[in-house]
Design a protein around this ligand. Structure first.
Ligand SMILES: Cc1cc2nc3c(=O)[nH]c(=O)nc-3n(C[C@H](O)[C@H](O)[C@H](O)COP(=O)(O)O)c2cc1C
Ligand code: SF4
Ligand code: SF4
Length: 343
């Protein structure tokens, strides 16, 4: 008999990697006659909170966004009821294939923060395990090729199996400890991402001329971040940049406004240097605060203007041509949920 007989998994997933890890873990649990249930925190997670037995192992699985768990996962963990169960934290990160290796992503503060929140609620963290799945961050890089994706799945399938065995037969599994130095070093960036970066990314999506107003993106968004303004999807600051809408859009109409990024950077830095030259005290803190203020005011205004001018078909086409995500070679990414049967 192993260390636990019941596992309850709560997951959040934008493009399916975390869901895939959850289903593999559940497969190995069931093969070992361990009772296992999986809940998506965006739909059914809260319903079952009261039903968790005190002897069940609780597992949280979520992608890393900006070197931390995304806000939706952190909010779920913060609102989790008190208890004294053992908990395992897992994440999916940005894995990249180079030669015969998978280059790992970075967890940052995701595990430190969540295990300290859970500790205050009475839980005991007995494992922290990162999984380097295919990176879905298509705002900044093209989608991985099919062969690389398959290679990374294969590696992770065996890693899930290995870590299930460790957890099932031993006391703890802190696979994340080997990354502790880089995770600590990156922690200031995690804070900047949480305070500012995620808002910037939220305003980087738009629907191109290819949009046929099927509203699937609006219906499927886990945080209801997309509204319709002038019969066109409009992204609000609530967006978590989980990439679900962009990768699921049946018309491939959702693109990232790389052109707008360029205009924004040029305008913000010219306005900033004009103000700092003659008007404002030249200390780093004033510079930092004002630059961010200018940047966000411009972002808000330019995103609105872009949304408005997208109604003109010719201008919309020009905007699309400035987006790398518009081109076929950039691709899209969605985890292949049938993969476990194929292994
Ligand atoms: C906005 C955003 C931020 C990300 N930040 C990180 C990061 O800080 N570290 C990392 O390793 N991967 C990062 N990634 C990559 C995802 O965490 C990774 O691809 C994950 O496996 C996606 O899981 P999912 O398919 O369950 O959403 C980021 C992805 C996005 C979209
Ligand atoms: S899913 Fe795509 S086509 Fe449908 S409304 Fe959203 S952007 Fe338009
Ligand atoms: S708007 Fe798209 S990227 Fe943003 S949270 Fe919703 S589904 Fe995810």
């Amino acid at each position: 008999m192993g260390k636990f007989e019941k596992v309850i998994i709560f997951y959040f997933s934008g493009t399916g990697n975390a869901r895939m890890i959850a289903s593999w873990f559940s497969k190995f649990a069931i093969e070992n006659e361990v009772y296992c249930r999986i809940f998506d925190i965006t739909s059914e997670g809260y319903i079952y909170l009261k039903e968790i037995d005190s002897d069940a192992l609780i597992v949280f699985i979520s992608p890393v966004h900006g070197f931390n768990y995304p806000k939706i996962t952190l909010d779920f963990i913060r609102s989790f009821p008190k208890g004294n169960n053992s908990v395992v934290l897992m994440n999916t990160r940005a894995g990249m294939k180079v030669g015969k290796m998978v280059i790992p992503g970075l967890t940052g503060i995701a595990f430190f923060l969540s295990s300290s929140i859970l500790k205050r609620k009475g839980y005991k963290t007995i494992g922290q395990i990162p999984f380097d799945m295919p990176s879905n961050w298509l705002s900044i890089h093209p989608a991985l090729r099919k062969k690389a994706i398959e290679f990374i799945y294969e590696k992770n399938y065996h890693r899930v199996k290995k870590h299930f065995k460790i957890l099932y037969s031993e006391e703890t599994d802190f696979a994340s400890n080997k990354d502790i130095i880089q995770d600590l070093l990156i922690s200031p960036i995690a804070l900047i991402y949480y305070l500012a970066g995620r808002y910037f990314l939220a305003k980087s999506y738009y629907a191109s001329n290819k949009c046929n107003n099927c509203h699937l993106c609006i219906k499927q968004c886990p945080v209801q971040a997309i509204r319709l303004i002038n019969a066109r999807p409009f992204w609000s600051f609530k967006c978590e940049s989980c990439m679900k809408c962009m990768n699921n859009c049946p018309s491939r109409a959702i693109e990232v406004a790389h052109g707008l990024w360029l205009v924004l950077i040029v305008l913000a830095s010219t306005t900033g240097s004009f103000l700092f030259r003659d008007w404002l005290p030249n200390t780093w803190i004033v510079r930092f605060l004002f630059f961010n203020l200018i940047f966000f005011i411009l972002l808000l205004v330019l995103y609105r203007v872009q949304h408005w001018i997208l109604n003109n078909k010719l201008i919309a086409q020009i905007i699309s041509l400035t987006s790398l995500t518009h081109y076929k070679c950039w691709g899209r990414y969605k985890a292949n949920q049938n993969h476990q049967e194929q292994i």
